[in-house]
Design a binder for this molecule. Structure first.
Ligand code: PHE
Length: 349
């Protein structure tokens, strides 16, 4: 038995030595160490030896196995290295050729505008705030001066999390926020006055879907609270914003508008950037309704713990989806959530 093992060791090491390809190596490996290999057979036959011989022979068989496997491993890596350098030094191999191009990603146009506007407002000393998309009824409505029975609730076709049968009208119900205005309340409670914030984010409404109505869309809330803040400050911020998004100044005008959480409330219109004398975007009026806003209602300040005899403020609510549509001439709001790559690839990365 001992001689047989030594013989196998000699044969094996010699075979590894002369092997010149991976296939040769494989053959040695299977022939000796595989399931039907010589060494495997020797190990199996151990049981037939007299008990006193078993430990020594067993040890030897193992040594032979390890030695051969080790030689195979070394040779295998040598052969691999050699093959690689042959390939690298071979004719026609150009290590400086560019590799296959990876497809590059880009930003969603809403994300891109959000970042741009965040930078703009940061440069004017605002901070960026956000709030949860699943919001308390109290923050979405009550604290914004929209009590349970207020008709303004009906203009927000609310998607409720709390089922109708469990709504108590106590502000503890849970909704998908219908606008970014609840962040006004949250930011004021968290940071107090004076305060300058913008809060971009997704909002949700139960809409009949068409080219200008989507159940999920984007707004950016602006809020400034300080001593002596007035409509002139608001108008300046709104004009700066429009110039930032559209890349040039547009003539604007304020009309009265009603929102329970501002008083007075306004709608800001801008001159249609697409025509001189009426087109389909401005529906012939030469004005485009761009952004609601107003002076923060004292009830809102008070419900967020700010003394309304000392502080005043303005707020505006930019429809981000709408402004992106205007900027790029996008004709259907549903593109934004469509996930269409053909749509997304049109925007600069
Ligand atoms: N939150 C209002 C809406 O979505 C818009 C708004 C914001 C109006 C801030 C005034 C001030 O309808």
């Amino acid at each position: 038995m001992r001689e047989r093992l030594e013989e196998l060791r000699g044969e094996g090491l010699a075979a590894v030595e002369v092997a010149s390809t991976e296939d040769d190596l494989r053959e040695v490996e299977v022939g000796l160490l595989g399931r039907k290999g010589g060494i495997t057979a020797a190990l199996k036959a151990l049981g037939k030896l007299p008990p006193e011989e078993r430990p020594l022979i067993g040890q030897l068989a193992n040594e032979v196995k390890v030695a051969i496997q080790g030689a195979i491993d070394v040779k295998r890596s040598t052969l691999g290295q050699a093959a690689l350098s042959a390939e690298l030094s071979g004719e026609g191999f150009d290590a400086t050729l560019p590799g296959p191009a990876l497809p590059g990603g880009g930003q969603h146009p809403i994300q891109a505008i959000t970042r741009e506007l965040e930078d703009l407002f940061l440069s004017m000393g605002f901070r960026i705030a956000d709030g949860p998309e699943v919001e308390l009824e109290e923050n979405n409505f009550d604290a914004l001066n929209i009590p349970t029975d207020h008709p303004a609730r009906e203009s927000h076709d609310t998607i409720w999390i709390t089922p109708e049968s469990q709504r108590q009208g106590d502000g503890r119900g849970v909704v998908l926020r219908t606008h970014t205005s609840p962040v006004q309340v949250r930011a004021l409670r968290e940071y107090g006055a004076p305060l300058r914030v913008v809060a971009p984010g997704r909002v949700f409404r139960q809409e009949a879907l068409d080219a200008t109505h989507e159940h999920t869309f984007h707004q950016m809330e602006g809020l400034v609270v300080d001593k002596g803040v007035g409509v002139g400050h608001m108008l300046h911020a709104m004009n700066t914003l429009i110039e930032g998004v559209m890349g040039r100044k547009l003539e604007t005008r304020l009309r009265p508008g009603f929102f329970p959480f501002v008083e007075p409330g306004f709608e800001l219109d801008a001159r249609c950037p697409f025509c001189q004398d009426g087109c389909s975007v401005c529906k012939g009026s030469r004005w485009i309704e761009l952004m609601p806003g107003g002076l923060v209602h004292p009830h809102v300040l008070e419900s967020a713990g700010v003394d309304s005899s000392e502080y005043s403020g303005y707020a505006f609510g930019l429809g981000l989806s709408r402004i992106v549509m205007l900027r790029y001439g996008i004709d259907d709001i549903r593109w934004f959530m469509s996930g269409s790559l053909d749509f997304l690839r049109q925007f600069p990365a």
